[in-house]
Design a protein around this ligand. Structure first.
Ligand SMILES: [Mg+2]
Length: 427
């Protein structure tokens, strides 16, 4: 067995608290993130780190099932690994794209450690020392322990954004919407733009709007400093149609997450900015390939956040460092976290940006005590249903949605309930 072959894979689910529960168009993050931390160990004892989400659930068993596929695979043979576990036809039966991503992160980490270079040096070399981030603002329930942190009204949203800007220096603000009626969210978005003259803004209702609502919203913000409308409606045909009515660039992290969809967008020109997610695309390297296609075809790119602890954040920073055509601030949920599992605690924002790690590999290390502690918290609390809202038992959205949360009601839902059984929707 070569010293650089994979000898073992360990996966540990952890729960890390959020400052407050985050609402989105499909449900909520129930006051915490559940992430699976992956460690890949080579025959000669190097350990690389990976991370994956999973909609509020533990993914450890899925990684355990990959053991027979990966034991003996050389960490330097990443292109072969893609076919070993993500053959496109086999993937119709067993989609391992996100698992592949976490293993790829760990293999790149090991390659960097063995060669004594940071991951960005393996990916073409960094073009920037820091990556700028947007503030990524959410409507939120109050933290049930402290009673603080609710974001429901325009005034609360502006206050939250002002605090985040003061603390982290954000100059770009993203409003996660699709929760309250579009007219309320329009009022909130315009309040942000009025509060921060000179900053830039973006709105992401996760495809919850009808075409008519999206046209109204887009026309209602056309005079502001918008980066783009992110997934205002579902699907490339509707996004293309929206562009006929609204003179604002469109973006997606949802309907272009593979190369077939990217090819379709090259033909359709429905989306102007593709938000690259190192997990959704199956790793850092597929994101770089996709960015190259976008560069060739005149499509913008940015870095997407599907929720992250420091390991995943490191992958986003190394990606952002090497993309020549990165034209927008990246997204991160990171500042909503109360803590992290990496040595040194949470990475710091300065002037709205985070420094690209320059240590070997991903440039971060696991804090074993934190890992153990947050694994215990996972065992205590269990998973949470990402696609359910604890404040609206039984509710789930149609696409487009028409059943919005009530912005007049301040709710304090019970977050401890592990599961909700959704009744059948009445017709
Ligand atoms: Mg999005």
């Amino acid at each position: 067995m070569s010293p650089t072959t994979i000898a073992a894979i360990r996966a540990t689910p952890v729960t890390v608290p959020l400052e407050a529960p985050l609402l989105h168009s499909n449900g909520a993050h129930w006051g915490r993130f559940v992430r699976t931390v992956v460690e890949v160990e080579t025959a000669d004892g190097y350990v690389g780190l990976g991370e994956m989400g999973g909609g509020g659930e533990d993914a450890a068993r899925a990684f355990a099932a990959l053991g027979d596929y990966l034991r003996g695979h050389d960490v330097f043979r990443l292109e072969a690994m893609r076919f070993a576990i993500c053959n496109p036809t086999a993937s119709l039966y067993n989609n391992r794209t996100q698992l592949h991503a976490a293993i790829e992160f760990a293999c790149l980490d090991i390659m960097g450690q063995k060669l004594g270079v940071p991951v960005h040096a393996l990916l073409g070399g960094k073009l920037r020392d820091e990556v700028e981030f947007a503030s990524y603002l959410f409507f939120r329930y109050a933290n049930p322990r402290t009673g603080r942190g609710e974001v429901r009204t325009a005034a609360q949203l502006v206050a939250n954004a002002r605090a985040l800007k003061k603390k982290h220096g954000f100059r770009v603000h993203k409003l996660k919407g699709g929760v309250y009626p579009p007219a309320h969210e329009l009022e909130c978005y315009r309040a942000l733009a009025a509060a921060f003259p000179g900053d830039r803004f973006r709105y992401d209702p996760n495809s919850a709007l009808s075409l008519a609502d999206a046209i109204d919203f887009g026309r209602g913000i056309a005079d502001l400093r918008n980066d783009y409308l992110e997934d205002p409606v579902w699907g490339m045909p509707q996004l293309a149609r929206l562009k006929e009515f609204v003179p604002i660039p469109t973006a997606t992290n949802t309907v272009i997450v593979n190369f077939e969809q990217l090819a379709a967008n090259v033909a359709m020109r429905a989306v102007d900015v593709v938000l690259l997610d190192t997990t959704f695309w199956g790793g850092i390297r597929p994101c770089i390939k996709a960015a190259a296609v976008c560069e060739t075809m005149g499509i913008g790119v940015a870095v997407h956040s599907s929720g992250e602890l420091g390991i995943q954040l490191a992958t986003m920073l190394h990606l952002g460092a090497v993309l020549p055509n990165l034209g927008y601030a990246a997204d991160a949920h990171y500042h909503h976290l109360a803590d992290d599992v990496i040595v040194g605690g949470r990475m710091k924002y300065e002037r709205g940006a985070i420094r690209v790690p320059d240590g070997v590999g991903l440039g971060i290390a696991l804090d074993r005590d934190k890992l153990a502690g947050y694994h215990e918290l996972y065992r205590e609390l269990g998973g949470y249903p990402y696609d359910r809202d604890p404040g609206r038992p039984g509710w789930y959205p149609l696409v487009p949605n028409s059943d919005w949360a009530d912005p007049e009601r301040s709710l304090k839902p019970d977050l401890a309930r592990p599961r909700q059984r959704a009744p059948a929707r009445e017709s």
